[in-house]
Design a binder for this molecule. Structure first.
Ligand SMILES: C[S@@+](CC[C@H](N)C(=O)[O-])C[C@H]1O[C@@H](n2cnc3c(N)ncnc32)[C@H](O)[C@@H]1O
Length: 243
């Protein structure tokens, strides 16, 4: 099956396991002529491409190395150049897909490309294919509810621990991405708030032997945990209001 000519897809491929790629994503990856595999300057391979490597047959793969810096001008130029090239592919009748780990709309550089493509191709040819997000896979592996009844769920980066402290007062379940070197300070904060025992750390979820699931975060306090780590804090439970 061929994908509709000239259409562009932002496809989420899930957290890492090939069998967590949705049927729609798999069908479109098989059907597109051009696949864009993003890779940050700091990584050796595109993780999103690795997830779907077994599906590659005749698709042209464009590896796109993007900057990991907060320079808006350089970032915009990088994505604009890619969008120019992909818009040409679409205009030539090829179907193009950009692959993203997890979901394309959750903390993904794919949204920069989405904005640039929206300026270059008709709206009806631009599509987002949702993927299973890392936090959903992390919750599943810990077999813990994310929300029930009136619970509030917050998802945020752990880049500011002041913001994390505020968030703990505003929700029952807090999901933290982008933890990195802040893990020891985060452990200290969660301990002071009395919720350390309700926190779970999940690294490389659904990525085979690299997967780590911990109910005691202190076990990794002295370890460099890397980028692919998610903490879920089940801080409380908000029951239904009595009628
Ligand atoms: C740039 S965001 C990408 C999020 C992704 N689009 C999603 O829907 O989950 C990167 C952050 O997602 C989390 N993450 C992504 N994949 C993960 C995995 N397999 N295991 C644990 N955390 C992961 C980490 O917190 C990481 O710092």
């Amino acid at each position: 099956m061929n994908a509709p000519p000239g259409h562009f897809y932002l496809i989420g491929v899930g957290p890492g396991a090939p069998d967590l790629v949705t049927l729609r994503a798999a069908r479109l990856i098989d059907a597109c002529q051009v696949l864009v595999a993003p890779r940050s300057e700091k990584s050796e391979e595109s993780l999103a491409l690795a997830v779907v490597r077994d599906r590659l047959v005749a698709q042209q793969v464009i590896e796109h190395v993007y900057p990991m810096e907060r320079d808006p001008a350089r970032t915009a130029a990088c994505w604009a150049a890619l969008a120019d090239r992909l818009a040409e592919d679409c205009a030539a009748g090829r179907a193009v897909a950009h692959l993203t780990i997890g979901d394309p709309l959750i903390y993904s550089t794919a949204v920069y490309l989405m904005a640039q493509m929206a300026e270059r191709i008709p709206a009806e040819r631009l599509h987002v294919v949702p993927g299973i997000s890392a936090f959903q896979a992390a919750a599943a592996i810990t077999v813990q509810p994310l929300t029930i009844q009136e619970d509030r769920l917050m998802l945020m980066p752990a880049t500011s621990l002041d913001e994390v402290a505020l968030a703990l007062e505003r929700c029952e379940t807090l999901v933290l991405y982008k933890i990195g070197a802040r893990l020891p300070a985060l452990i200290d904060l969660l301990s002071r708030r009395g919720v350390l025992n309700q926190a779970r750390l999940v690294c490389h979820v659904e990525q085979g032997e690299r997967e780590v699931v911990l109910s005691d975060l202190r076990q990794l306090a002295d370890t460099r945990i890397g980028y692919m780590a998610t903490v879920i804090v089940r801080a409380g439970h908000r029951r239904w209001e009595p009628r």
